[in-house]
Design a protein around this ligand. Structure first.
Ligand code: GDP
Ligand code: MG
Length: 296
């Protein structure tokens, strides 16, 4: 008997910082979603495509669910919920500790969903194995989970088992994407995210949340290098000063680190030019949000 090919969609849901983007990147073997210890790093839905001989799974990484504070937050929440209608399996990812308020909030939302919901306990590399049962028990009161799978997304522990378990719930279906395609996001979007990731890594306090990055040009080659121009938007003059740094030192550092990541992603040499602009209160400006691609 020949086994039939399966395919489907899986949403990743969970509090900010539980490791959703890390799992996505591990699964596709490359960086498509930026990661950082700062909460709310992921702003759009980003999908990663996992393909092997038996199945293709499109994983949708969602921004963390939390109480909306402004229009950007509101957009992030909407894109989290809308992901849930499109999928075959929902992965509810949590920290290896007792359920917190945010987990209860999400678990309540998930009760309305008729799809299989897995509880994925991530970062098990950080706890003693004896603790695991206790943690699993503490989550049982949050809902009836179809499956409970402990993993370490950063080390890849038990991720194979997670894939196998997901596959049980996928329908027989076609291969939607080429085996070498790892994301449905356009390249310029990932490039902008890689630049934003370096701003998050190198700046502090209010600057990371006030930053948006737009790739203005990414086409021509000069001296064998792909020319990329991008603008880093911040909300205030003071933030602009921080991102530029003393005599441009911060911007230079951001540029060098981002260029390495971009060259890694694209597999070619890149000349990256960055600008910093102030766009007052852009997080509450629907037209600006739309113009940079944050539209739900
Ligand atoms: P997201 O907000 O849910 O997308 O979380 P991220 O993927 O950005 O991860 C948040 C932080 O947790 C990062 O610093 C990751 O390196 C870290 N992290 C993610 N997965 C693991 C894991 O399995 N083990 C450990 N020790 N750290 C992890
Ligand atoms: Mg993320």
């Amino acid at each position: 008997m020949t086994e039939e090919f399966k395919s489907g969609f899986v949403a990743l849901i969970g509090r900010p910082n539980v490791g959703k983007s890390t799992l996505l990147n591990y699964l596709v073997g490359q960086k498509v979603a930026i990661m950082s210890p700062q909460p709310q790093t992921t702003r759009n839905k980003i999908s990663g495509v996992y393909t092997d001989d038996h199945e293709q799974i499109v994983f949708i990484d969602t921004p963390g669910i939390h109480k909306p504070k402004n229009k950007l937050d509101d957009f992030m929440d909407k894109s989290s919920y809308s992901a849930l209608d499109e999928v075959d399996v929902v992965l509810f990812m949590v920290e290896p500790e007792k359920a917190g308020k945010g987990d209860h909030y999400i678990a309540d939302l998930l009760k309305k969903i008729k799809k299989p919901v897995f509880l994925v306990i991530n970062k098990i590399d950080t706890i003693h194995p004896d603790k695991l049962l206790e943690i699993i028990d503490s989550y049982k009161e949050l809902g009836d989970f179809t499956e409970i799978v402990p993993i370490s997304a950063s080390q890849g522990n038990n991720v194979d088992e997670l894939i196998k378990t997901i596959t049980k719930y996928l329908p027989v279906g076609p291969q939607f994407y080429d085996a070498d395609q790892i994301t449905d996001r356009p390249e310029y979007f990932i490039v902008a995210e890689l630049i934003r990731e370096q701003v998050l890594r190198l700046t502090h306090e209010e600057v990371p949340h006030a930053t948006a990055v737009v790739v203005d040009r990414m086409r021509d080659h000069e001296n064998g290098k792909l020319q990329i121009e991008a603008t880093i938007y911040v909300e205030r003059d003071g933030q602009k000063g921080i991102v530029i740094g003393k005599r441009g030192s911060m911007l230079k550092q951001i540029g060098i680190a981002a260029r390495k990541e971009i060259e890694n992603l694209l597999g070619e040499k890149v000349n990256l030019r960055l600008w910093v602009k102030v766009q007052k209160n852009w997080r509450s400006d629907p037209a600006f949000l739309k113009s940079i691609g944050y539209n739900a």
